[in-house]
Ligand binder design. Sequence first.
Ligand code: FAD
Length: 471
Amino acid sequence: MNIILLHRDLRIHDNPALFHGTNAEEALVVYVYDKKYWQGNGKSTFQLKFGMDCLKEVSNNLKNRNIPLHIFEGNYEELKNWIEVNFPKSVIYMNHFTDIGYYRNDTNVFKRFYADQKRIKIFENFGIQTKNFNRDAWSFDWQKIMTKPILSEIKTSTPWSTKNIKLNSFEEFSSKLNLNDQMTECQIGGETKAFELMHSFLEERGSGYALKMSSPVEAEFACSRLSAHIAFGSISLKTVYQSLLETIPNSSFKKDLYSFKKRLHWHCHFIQKLETEPELEFSSMHPMCDKLRGDGDNEIIEKWIKGETGFPFLDACMQFLKKKGWINFRMRAMIMSFASYNLWQPWQKTSPLLAQLFVDYEPGIHICQVQMQSGVTGINLPRIYSVIKQSKDQDPDASWIKSQLPQLREFSADSIHNAELAETYKEIICDPKASAKKARETIWSMRANKDFKKLAKDVYLKHGSRMKRRA
Ligand SMILES: Cc1cc2nc3c(=O)[nH]c(=O)nc-3n(C[C@H](O)[C@H](O)[C@H](O)COP(=O)(O)OP(=O)(O)OC[C@H]3O[C@@H](n4cnc5c(N)ncnc54)[C@H](O)[C@@H]3O)c2cc1C
């Protein structure tokens, strides 16, 4: 018997573990729900809710193929014990994930146990390279992975085992989960939604993407909005990439689609860093940068994450993010830059709080982006976003800000952008110019240090993109 384990690969199509695992006389499909994982670094019910939408569709699709989905509640050690009691000769099929440390530690012991007995098959995921990884050939190898054939329909070989399996079905399990009803404005998960989004983006919505992606007003509709689907695997990255390559030649907005193509590449480029160096979850890429900021100030961090900084544009972004579970790249970068430069708070404390608000939380991307926007990688030029400039550039008449913060309805655009709202609004949390100047000076004086440069070179060799260099 094959046991197929699902985690963040919640789809029927192009799912290697499911495809190969079901190619047997008997197979069992199991989703592993570990409560502690969902309390881990950056995880939240926002994300769980999206995952459960995806799992519901997986369950229905499997049912249509006469395959029951079972939910195992517990960690991988408990799962191993359960398997060994019930199916001691089974073979495990699972896809690889680059995830938070809790998951990695839990699954590593599990994988080792089955690898020693030659009873496990692990399939690579996305374009992440886990074996014989060569940084210099990474892009070339990524391209090869992404253009491999899409796996066809899963097999529905019978008979499926019904042997006394005392695990809950999806329906029994989900009725116990009490997920927050207030998340109604968040995206809905599932393969159907993922394919709809992909087609509408490639065929229509993507027109103007390259320009519109910077504005929180336009990005909501002009970006693909596939991130949560890619993170929860309700669509495979290979499917998105190959559909894109098919669409480009006849598209009337090729430039926008090339811009999108670059980002699919970045997706794996960032996750690869965490895969290569899992310590990045807690330590800065450049080792000297961990000494920069102290322990942090919880009161300041709380004001920032609640959107109570006194800067209307930043606070509006937070309100939007809390409702939708998503915001565009530029605003994520600005929010993070504000916490790390203007408020000078350690990224290790702010990163999980921000991640919890993203439905599309992908630890590899999030943690590396957080580090980039905090100036601690040593290989990227620090960029300090001005909240006042972004406010004027992205929402000139302040109408979007007013839609998020209706209490500012009566104020002029100028006073909103400059956060000059007398006593009517929250007091500003810092002096934006003085704090940015101080941060810039501190970061650049450290970068000028000889030892810093030496270590930065090592970081580049381990993680740096070779694209620009080759060009
Ligand atoms: C501080 C910070 C944290 C972030 N955290 C996450 C995260 O947890 N999960 C996540 O998917 N993205 C993250 N991003 C990257 C980016 O903001 C989102 O991928 C994007 O906004 C998602 O919307 P979309 O799917 O419409 O993107 P599109 O613009 O349509 O891009 C298509 C896909 O490309 C990938 N992508 C896009 N931009 C980037 C990027 N800069 N780096 C890596 N991959 C990218 C994503 O998979 C995305 O779905 C973060 C960025 C910052 C600055």
